[in-house]
Design a protein around this ligand. Structure first.
Ligand SMILES: [Zn+2]
Length: 301
């Protein structure tokens, strides 16, 4: 324990209809009871995540499903959503729930229009389709909140320099599109763009089920990764910490408070513009997560 509070950005990804309907109110309550504010990133278009999860059934993913108990973690309603009929438009059906997060003082941003499509295809979409996905997401956000999003977080950390360039037109304060170590301004085609606040800590499903990590020691493992003197950003999911792992997350918040760790909206971690160094994004992999993701190029520090 330390006398100096340790600030951790709390990034809350909301990927599905179920996570929005049940996980968001649950997290608003859990965080509200403790006076904690975070940043909710919403998926506002069709929920086809069930399709996403089933399409990924390859040996590695199946092993991961068994390791992390995907049906138990996500629930069958999430796994089946969008598999038999087109997914419901989350923002249209659940606007009041989405708005609730902002009404309770949380920072709100855009995660995706169609999380499934973005994760699977955004890097290979035509420019026009990519732009359409961004515009649909921004417009849906504005319809719900009455203002333009000031921050966004790419679904599944799937992002490229091409995407970054196209996001510039929305003039947001920051994006969280990559995994990395520190806040930076990505330089693309010689131009420094909107700052990135990378996620630094692993998600629940990335570390549980391997190297001896289980629900019993998950919180201690995660808390030990939060270090002073550097950027700390934790990503949680409305579907996991807000639905299937609420008790575990309650305990995490209690223990974090005991250790003088303060969870804050990510925007509070944004330094003054002149203090943000330039950097680059690249593509790489993360332990415990299948696929290739947008990463901050190492600064060698
Ligand atoms: Zn997501």
């Amino acid at each position: 324990m330390t006398d100096v509070p340790l600030y951790v950005g709390l990034r809350i990804d909301v990927d599905t209809f179920s996570g929005t309907r049940k996980g968001v109110p649950q997290l608003c309550e859990t965080l509200g009871e403790r006076g904690i504010k975070g940043t909710f990133f919403f998926s506002l278009g069709p929920d086809n995540m069930g399709r996403h999860l089933w399409r990924l059934i390859r040996p590695v993913f199946l092993w991961k499903m068994l390791r992390s108990n995907a049906p138990g973690l996500y629930g069958w309603d999430i796994l089946l959503r969008g598999t038999m009929w087109p997914g419901m438009l989350i923002g249209k059906r659940l606007a009041s729930v989405v708005r609730q997060a902002a009404e309770q003082g949380h920072e709100v941003g855009l995660h995706a229009w169609d999380h499934h499509a973005w994760q699977l295809r955004s890097n290979s979409m035509s420019d026009a389709t990519l732009e359409k996905h961004l515009a649909l997401g921004v417009n849906a956000f504005r319809d719900i909140f009455g203002f333009n999003p000031t921050c966004s977080a790419a679904a599944g950390w799937v992002c490229s320099e091409r995407t970054l360039l196209r996001k510039e037109k929305y003039a947001m304060q920051y994006h969280s599109d990559c995994r990395g170590e520190s806040v930076f301004r990505p330089v693309v085609e010689g131009m420094p763009l909107t700052p990135q606040i990378p996620a630094t800590l692993p998600t629940y499903d990335e570390i549980v089920g391997q190297n001896g990590v289980s629900d019993k020691n998950y919180n201690d493992t995660l808390l030990a990764m939060i270090k002073p003197g550097r950027l700390n950003v934790l990503t949680i999911h409305a579907e996991v910490e807000g639905q299937s792992k609420t008790i575990l997350f309650d305990k995490f918040l209690d223990e974090a408070a005991r250790r003088n760790i303060r969870l804050v909206p990510m925007g509070e971690l944004l330094p003054k513009p002149e203090d943000i160094p330039e950097g680059k994004i690249t593509q790489g992999s993360v332990a415990g997560r299948e696929g290739v993701f947008c990463m901050q190029e190492s600064t060698g520090q």
